[in-house]
Design a protein around this ligand. Structure first.
Ligand SMILES: C[S@@+](CC[C@H](N)C(=O)[O-])C[C@H]1O[C@@H](n2cnc3c(N)ncnc32)[C@H](O)[C@@H]1O
Length: 207
């Protein structure tokens, strides 16, 4: 099976060109995220892709490090940041749970459409917690592929064998909340930002 960096490198150009599928949900998510950010915050985004969200959120904080496992995604993100003159935004290649993220310190860690892609979610969440002080925030929105979406498992399995889908994990919104809590967080907000609630926005505070 194709590795995660190779898969995402391969699809980076196409991903950059594809429009946001649900603008209303995207704007609702940005609103929820901004409501938790403070101008002095030091932010770390995981799985930033081509940097679209990083460019929108970086002006709300003191500095913003956007990271991703894929060098090709980051190359596109860096070009976009350069064109936009985004001076408080920098980039880093790395993955949660792999020991290659910047040390920080950070006040807030963000991850959008990422947690279902991580090979070891508990280890990644512990890594995220270790980069935050007590009271620091973890903000995420993640597809929870259990329930009806779980029926797609065989289809996704075939696509993975053909190198056309990444490895994904299936969990419910409730199971995701439990995993985040087990890593040392309390959930302070769970908001429905999409029509169906299988991609909840979660805000968690480190205990
Ligand atoms: C579905 S895209 C989401 C990109 C962006 N966050 C967004 O919401 O548009 C997933 C991103 O996560 C990155 N990724 C996949 N596995 C990763 C991992 N283990 N650690 C960090 N990033 C990863 C991919 O390279 C890709 O850029």
């Amino acid at each position: 099976m194709i590795t995660a960096p190779a898969f995402w490198d391969k699809v980076a150009t196409k991903y950059a060109a594809s429009p946001i599928k649900d603008e209303t949900a995207y704007e609702a998510t940005l609103d929820r995220v901004r409501s938790h950010l403070r101008s002095g915050d030091r932010a770390l985004e995981l799985g930033c892709g081509t940097g679209t969200t990083a460019l929108k959120l970086a002006p709300s904080v003191a500095y913003y490090v956007a990271s991703d496992i894929s060098g090709a995604m980051l190359d596109i993100a860096r070009d976009k940041a350069w064109d936009a003159g985004a001076r408080t935004l920098s980039f880093h290649q790395g993955a949660p749970g792999e020991g290659d993220l910047p040390e920080g310190p950070f006040d807030v860690v963000l991850a959008f459409n990422l947690l279902h892609l991580l090979p070891n979610l508990p280890a990644a969440l512990r890594d995220i917690a270790s980069r935050l002080p007590s009271g620091g925030l973890f903000l995420s929105k993640t597809p929870c592929l259990s329930g009806a979406m779980g029926l797609l498992r065989p289809v996704i399995g075939v696509m993975q064998l053909l190198g056309k889908a990444p490895e994904v994990k299936f969990f419910s919104p409730a199971a995701l909340e439990r995993q985040i809590e087990a890593a040392g967080f309390e959930i302070i907000e769970a908001a429905q930002v999409h029509k169906s609630n299988n991609r909840p926005f979660l805000a968690a505070r480190k205990l």
